[in-house]
Design a protein around this ligand. Structure first.
Ligand code: FES
Length: 111
């Protein structure tokens, strides 16, 4: 495992993800209360950054056509996207968010 610091917890809004590049991957770091998540920052319907959309009910929405992805599983919960987005392990230490981009939690290979 190789966790890298991405941001402080304060930089992640309740309804807006924090965009970052870690290990060469574009990530959207989002929160649901005190729980933090990291997904590849790219809608699987088209290459739109998910971090530009809203975070609602533990899902991140794509602003272009309205797909939403469950932050826990990466699975789309709203069409038109049908493929899951890659999710990554997250740790919170001393108010900072760390992400391991060397593996995914849901087995999805980042594009
Ligand atoms: S580009 Fe995201 S739903 Fe179409």
């Amino acid at each position: 495992m190789s966790f890298e610091r991405v941001c402080s917890t304060d930089e992640v809004g309740d309804d807006q993800a924090h965009a970052a590049v870690v290990g060469g991957l574009e990530l959207a770091v989002a929160r649901d209360g005190d729980e933090f998540f990291a997904v590849q920052d790219q809608c699987t319907h088209a290459a739109i950054p998910l971090s530009e959309g809203e975070v609602v009910d533990c899902a991140i929405e794509c602003w272009l056509h309205g797909s939403a992805f469950d932050l826990r599983t990466g699975k789309p919960t709203v069409l038109p996207a049908t493929e899951p987005v890659a999710t990554f392990p997250v740790e919170v230490r001393d108010g900072d968010v760390y992400v391991d981009t060397t593996r995914t939690l849901n087995g999805v290979t980042p594009s």
